[in-house]
Design a protein around this ligand. Structure first.
Ligand code: KG4
Ligand code: ZN
Length: 342
């Protein structure tokens, strides 16, 4: 039985996992708190983690029907993330492991995202398929990162490329802000795009034909800014806003899908997976499904509730690491806010 803690950004989450199964996964989101500032305010996030962590941990133990004394290990996200936010969860989990005299593991946030497509409430679901479907190409796409990773086997992976500037989620959020949409812009763009015309406006597809597996989204954001500066009247018409959302979303999705599938073809894998907050996007999910079916790839998308940050993915990875004999962290190990995925 392992308890995992995730506090890298604006979600306070604690999960209890056992033998590859998620017994509980409690997430307290701070989205409403940060909405009035139009983005995550690190100081507020830290205070909110402090306030929420104990009740969230109590709820996770209660939901799982276990007591702290039954835990065999404790894990927490080590990085990357907001330094003080990480520290709240990491130090609390470390102290818990110390008090229980159990092993403690510090987990890489993105490596945890790699395992979220394999978590299922159904015991015969995707979890059981992991070994059959490696190697695979995994897209991690969130507010902070956009990564293409070749997963070669359990705990074995290689980063092929990443964003050279803004992450895809950041591009959704920033362009939504330019259109006057509420924070976080990604889900709102997704909702409005469903009723818009994706071919209404032609926005750039940065690095689409570049040979590398890297991404770039800041140019797209800038082009939306200039476009709206020239035609601000578009924002007076609700249908044109929906068309703008659909067109921006189409540009982001086309780059993500084409580059992911090109990487899969180059690596000669049979399976593609995706996780991270932007994987909630209905346009991205539909486009990945369509292209993977067309080109004969098996697709595993994280369940929507497990796309955004959660402790279940941290716990599932930590359990695998313990089984594989990973060295436990020493109790003076610290967070690593800028930790890169190797
Ligand atoms: O993985 P996540 O919860 O946190 C990070 O590690 O960043 O991802 C949050 C990001 C935000 O940028 C948010 O706007 C985006 O995921 N997002 C979406 C959708 N839901 C969340 N973007 C587009 N469409 C969505 N439905
Ligand atoms: Zn994340």
């Amino acid at each position: 039985m392992l308890l995992a803690v995730e506090t890298s950004c604006d979600e306070t989450s604690v999960a209890v996992v056992h033998d590859g199964r998620v017994l509980s996964n409690v997430v307290a989101s701070q989205i409403k708190l940060h909405a009035e500032y139009g983005g995550v305010v690190p100081e507020l996030a830290t205070r909110e983690h402090l306030r929420n962590l104990t009740p969230v941990a109590q709820a996770a133990l209660r939901d799982a029907g276990v007591t702290a004394a039954q835990l065999d290990a404790v894990a927490a996200t080590r990085g990357p993330g907001l330094p003080l936010a990480l520290m709240i969860g990491f130090k609390a989990a470390q102290a818990m492991a110390f008090a229980l005299r159990k092993p403690f593991l510090g987990i890489h946030h993105h490596e945890a995202h790699l395992y979220s497509p394999w978590i299922s409430s159904d015991p015969s679901g995707p979890r059981a398929e992991f070994h059959r479907l490696v190697p695979n190409i995994s897209l991690i796409v969130s507010g902070g990162h956009t990564l293409l990773v070749l997963v070669e086997g359990l705990l074995r992976h290689r980063v092929l490329g990443g964003t050279v500037d803004d992450a895809a989620g950041e591009c959704f959020d920033k362009t939504a802000k330019l259109m006057g949409l509420p924070y976080p812009g990604g889900p709102e763009m997704d909702r409005l795009a469903a009723q818009g015309n994706p071919a209404a406006f032609d926005f750039p597809r940065p690095l689409l034909h570049d040979a590398s597996d890297d991404f770039s989204f800041s140019g797209l954001k800038t082009s939306v800014r200039y476009f709206l500066a020239k035609q601000p009247q578009l924002l007076d018409d609700p249908q044109r806003i929906r068309d703008l959302c659909a067109s921006v979303q189409a540009a982001i999705v086309e780059v993500l899908v084409k580059k992911t599938l090109r990487a899969a073809e180059r690596a000669s894998v049979r399976c593609v997976t995706a996780s991270g907050g932007v994987t909630c996007n209905r346009g991205l999910r539909a486009a990945l499904e369509k292209e993977c079916t067309r080109r004969g790839f098996t697709l595993r998308l994280a369940e929507r509730s497990l796309c955004t940050d959660n402790a279940a993915m941290v716990g599932i990875l930590a359990e695998q690491k313990l089984r594989a004999g990973a060295p436990e962290a020493t109790l003076d190990e610290d967070v690593a806010p800028g930790l890169a995925l190797a």
